[in-house]
Design a binder for this molecule. Structure first.
Ligand code: CS2
Length: 481
């Protein structure tokens, strides 16, 4: 019988867990939160400020609660760099709630005067916004339910509105609602979604949130692949404890936060977080360089049957493609003065090549419809507005198009895991010629602007790439560039 990690079996922490308060409610407590924000709150607690304990909530399934609660919320952050591995025990997470099981319990907690921050990693689709325009998806069943009643909220913005309404009624200050997802202008988008739902219920509530609430914009960066059973077994072999809540990550971590809070916050700067008034240039650089390359690598590699990111960038032709994509994307950026783009690119290639991460291409390939607009479409828009070519960026988009067929180059089927999968499948249903396929997919206005279909040069480039992917495959296409 294996021994589970828990307060009774874990090694000592640098602080007394009994003294911690819940200052943060985190919506969407997946691996990313546990590897990126929770360690910062943990550092704040370890520095002697016990206000920043975290209660996480899952908005859908009980999986994380079942991993963490039997372990008293404790888990190991495994930091891997090639052959080196560092373990960090994180004690900041006090509890995990499963929102659909008891929505009222989550709202009650968010109303606590000790809670100053409600942070979110609910992935792009969790905001229920049109990916191209950022407009609230009022036709979505969960959004419609939250617009109708907030007695048992279903969406992240719905929970925030329900809790802020109670805080207003109780004469409490609002908490700061902090999006930590890879969506552009994440703070403003969350604010818009919250205000749209609030206004539907109570105009004065919406006005109160608009004037007293805070929705800082953030840029978050750390590569955190999904934990596998092999990872759990390897950690067990090393420590003798079974840690089902472990997360693995690269050493690199960056968090840039707009310094706009409605109430107290940790001394973030003391824990390596950058506070600034201008997050957008950081976010744009990260989304277009790291994430744009990541998505392209994921589709090309996935089609070629390469399992992990490092396996793709091990190929010289793939590295050359990534550099070309970065050349194109970099020309659309207005990077912050502190960002040395050349050094960032060099470091980024090394991060992708980290063999110990085993970051699956299929994980990154998920939810492409939600990711493409900010990662690949936006830099194409910027370049085409200046009449510039977009060969590499267009290959990224064409590989996403080819991915929609649901079968790799060896004929292996896979599930296109995307909220718009039915739409892309339907668009492609009667199409067999590359140009028809390109035009059909470009007509999805949640992803692409209307200008794309009217841009003959772009349509031609996309069609050429898609034809090559269909005829010769991803590696041959990369080699022929
Ligand atoms: C990845 C990101 O899955 C994906 O779409 O591109 O999760 C990426 O690993 C992070 O943004 C890195 O900060």
């Amino acid at each position: 019988m294996t021994t589970r990690l828990s307060a009774a079996t874990a090694g000592p922490l640098a602080y007394d867990r009994a003294a911690i308060k819940t200052g943060v409610v985190h919506l969407g407590i997946g691996a990313f939160h546990r590897a990126h924000q929770a360690p910062v709150f943990d550092a704040a607690i370890a520095s002697g400020d016990p206000r920043w304990g975290v209660v996480g909530a899952s908005l859908r399934s009980p999986g994380v609660r079942d991993q963490l609660v039997p372990q008293d919320g404790l888990y190991t952050l495994v930091i891997r760099d090639g052959a080196e591995e560092r373990l960090q025990l994180i004690g900041a997470v006090r509890d995990v709630l499963v929102a659909p099981e008891d929505p009222a319990a989550l709202v009650d907690l968010m109303v606590s005067p000790d809670v100053h921050i409600v942070s979110l990693t609910v992935t792009e689709k969790g905001y229920k916004l049109d990916p191209a325009t950022g407009r609230l998806l009022t036709d979505d069943a969960d959004v419609a339910a939250d617009l109708e009643s907030l007695d048992a909220p279903r969406t992240a913005p719905g929970f925030i509105v329900a809790a802020l309404a109670r805080r207003k009624a109780a004469g409490l200050a609002p908490f700061t609602a902090m999006s930590c997802d890879n969506i552009p202008h994440n703070g403003a988008r969350l604010r818009d979604a919250v205000l749209a739902i609030a206004a539907q219920h109570d105009r004065t509530l919406a006005d109160w949130i608009a004037s007293h609430g805070a929705f800082p914009q953030t840029m978050i960066d750390r590569i955190v692949p999904a934990t596998s059973l092999d990872d759990i077994i390897a950690l067990h072999d090393r420590t003798g404890l079974c840690d089902q809540g472990m997360v693995k990550a690269e050493p690199f971590t960056q968090w840039v936060i707009e310094d706009r809070f409605a109430g107290p916050r940790p001394d973030f700067a003391a824990f390596g977080v950058q506070l600034t008034s201008a997050v957008a240039p950081w976010e744009e650089a990260k989304l277009r360089l790291l994430n744009g390359a990541h998505s392209s690598i994921a589709y090309l590699g996935g089609l070629a049957g390469i399992e992990h990111v490092d396996g793709v960038v091990a190929l010289p032709e793939a590295r050359a493609f990534v550099e070309a994509l970065w050349d194109e994307a970099e020309a659309t950026l207005n990077p912050p003065a502190e960002l040395d783009v050349a050094a960032y690119r060099t470091a980024l290639m090394a991060r992708f090549a980290n063999p110990a991460l085993q970051h699956r291409n299929r994980q990154i390939a998920m939810d492409g419809s939600q990711k493409l607009p900010q990662r690949l479409v936006a830099p194409i828009v910027a370049r085409r507005a200046r009449g510039l070519p977009v060969d590499a960026l267009a290959l990224g988009v064409a590989s996403w198009m080819r991915w929609q067929l649901g079968r790799d180059e060896a004929g292996q089927p896979y599930v296109v895991d995307d909220p718009l999968a039915a739409v892309t499948a339907q668009k492609l249903a009667s199409k067999s010629h590359p140009e028809g396929m390109v035009r059909a997919l470009l007509s999805i206005d949640a992803i692409f602007p209307a200008s794309f279909a009217e841009d003959a040069v772009l349509v031609d480039t996309l069609t050429g790439h898609l034809a090559s992917l269909l005829a010769g495959g991803a590696i041959a296409t990369l080699k022929a560039r």
